[in-house]
Design a protein around this ligand. Structure first.
Ligand SMILES: [Zn+2]
Length: 153
């Protein structure tokens, strides 16, 4: 496998975006605790509630998909014209989402491969990073990140 770790990026994006309002309380089922389950000192999890664990997982997947697609702006590399999706996460931070077409097209990655390197270890094309900086400076990403989100059930 080569190409960037999109899955890892997705996770970090979800973490950074955080703060979604999933704060509704679920009533506990009385007498439904697993005997002998000792959970102090651990991060809360849903080991004793498989249904909720499954629901949480589904919600996470849906959230992840939303984080991945919301606010993404296409940015072309001025050097090799690979097109990636970029999301502005903060004033100084943008997340770049590579796809396989862009990774295959990027001249920088091609050079790395031609030199016998592992393009999967390259985080980004330096030319593209430059292009993204310009896109940010020109406010291209602001337009996307400030767009109203589609109906949030
Ligand atoms: Zn490039």
């Amino acid at each position: 496998m080569d190409g960037p770790d999109v899955d890892g990026l997705a996770r970090s994006m979800a973490l950074l975006a955080g703060g979604h309002d999933d704060g509704h309380a679920h009533p506990q089922h009385p007498g439904d605790g697993a005997p002998g389950a000792r959970s102090w000192g651990k991060a809360p999890d849903y080991h004793d509630d498989p249904a909720r664990a499954a629901a949480a997982q589904a919600a996470t997947a849906a959230d992840r998909q939303r984080y991945l697609t919301a606010g993404l702006a296409p940015v072309d590399c001025r050097h090799c014209h690979a097109q990636v999706s970029v999301k502005k996460l903060g004033p100084e931070y943008t997340a770049v989402q590579w796809n396989s077409a862009a990774a295959a097209r990027c001249a920088h990655f091609a050079e790395v491969r031609a030199a016998g390197g592992d393009s999967g270890r390259e985080r980004s094309c330096p030319r593209l990073a430059d292009s993204i900086k310009h896109a940010v400076a020109e406010g291209c990403l602001e337009a996307f990140s400030s767009a109203p989100s589609p109906g949030d059930g």
